[in-house]
Design a protein around this ligand. Sequence first.
Ligand code: ADE
Length: 362
Amino acid sequence: MLEQIVRPLLTWYDEHARSLPWREEPTPYRVWVSEIMLQQTRVEAVRPYFERFLQALPDVRALSACPEDELLKLWEGLGYYNRARNLKRATQIIVEEYDGQFPADYEALLGLPGIGSYTGGAIASIAFGIPVPAVDGNVLRVLSRLMASYDDILKQSVKRDFERRIQEIIPRERAGDFTQALIEIGALVCVPNGKAKCAKCPLASLCRARALGVVDELPRKKKPKERRIEERTVLVLREGSRVAIRKRPPKGLLAGLYELPNVEGKMTEREVLETLRRWGLAPLRILPLADAKHVFSHVEWHMSGYAVSLEETDDMEESGLLFIEAEETQERYPIPAAFAAYAGYMNITLGQEKYEEEKVHV
Ligand code: ADE
């Protein structure tokens, strides 16, 4: 079905394309600089920057030799200054490895700093006529609507799927125009926020979202939920050769797995000792361990840890902890990777014992 958009889209582009400075003379350098500038900034805002930048630094060699302060001055106001630094790093590589000429090769372009699949595809298709896709936010919107796709366009897998679909239909003889036409129709006609101009769209009769009356529902972008940050204090509790673990509740995060005992919050040594006594345990020595972090999909654990050696007492059972031989944990009890940083400490011995053991080893 998508195949059918090629002809009407190109015909529309021939009549309606805006005249933009980077389109007049689409050299790889000009296309690249414009695409990087356009990544976070509107076309009208980019125009004057582009002209000034090209005057000051007309080619790869000029940019590669530009002092950083001067470069950042030219970029001032565009924001995201790493984009400018990456531009310079890329030109240095182009000078050193490609004799100052942009490589006419999609994969080689992708190897340059700051060039991802969109920018690489734009340079390859617009400047070199190589038939490869360049799928940005505009194109994702246009395609979602044409296909009435409710796939989440923030997902990498969806972007790759759309890239594959474009790859199948991109016309070899007009690859660059096709890339620009898709971007242009997204910028001028198939616009976001309930303002799509379907009456003016050359693809309206092919558009599934229009047929279904769902243009304004698309594209779908699922906002990634912000991850909650949880401070936790993880305890490596040893009694002789045994260590303490505990089974997690049957529902929720890491349900039913075993864990090192841990408590909410970032505890001091004194708080840890108090907590352990409340659990009916008799701490002998305590040693702070390195901080660690584990990222789950909806929560991040920022962990601090302590190793504590315990005196054997009669009421250890009441703590609800399971004291087992350290080697046994690995074989029998699934302990999630979130605790990896502390599981490594399970075989350590503390204080005086540690020195004695080292002496034995020496
Ligand atoms: N937005 C991103 N790339 C563009 C281009 N080449 N022309 C117009 N708008 C764009």
